[in-house]
Design a protein around this ligand. Structure first.
Ligand SMILES: [Mg+2]
Length: 122
């Protein structure tokens, strides 16, 4: 069965682009906000194997979303998506236990490679 990846980003263009890149190999679930992502993760019937999480989002940013995820979905690997100039956010994310992040805009091959590397670790 294909692995299922939840992509969280407030930029709908980036969501669509990422879905196109991942769609061949993975099942892709999209969320446009941290709150929507948390709801998706709570749905038992929809097992999520990995989360790609934008840091810079209004209302609930990626760091806060990640912190809340830890309460009930701590085992799911997370790759943060960051834009340039967000190095402080990356440091915060790493302090919280996330070790993996990818800078936007990323190349399709880079994204696919990072995801398969992350799955291989498990
Ligand atoms: Mg954003």
């Amino acid at each position: 069965m294909k692995k299922r990846i939840l992509v969280v980003d407030d930029d709908s263009m980036n969501l669509m682009r990422t879905k196109m890149i991942l769609g061949q190999e993975y099942q892709v679930v999209l969320a446009e906000s941290g709150a929507e992502a948390l709801n998706r993760l709570k749905e038992d019937e929809e097992q999520i194997d990995m989360v790609l999480l934008d840091i810079d989002m209004p209302e609930m940013n990626g760091i806060e979303t990640f912190e809340r995820m830890k309460d009930f979905a701590a085992d799911i690997p997370v790759i943060f998506l960051t834009a340039s100039g967000q190095e402080d956010d990356v440091v915060s994310a790493i302090r919280l236990g996330a070790v993996n992040y990818l800078k936007k805009p990323f190349r399709p091959q880079e994204l696919m490679r990072r995801i398969s590397q992350e799955f291989e670790k498990q």
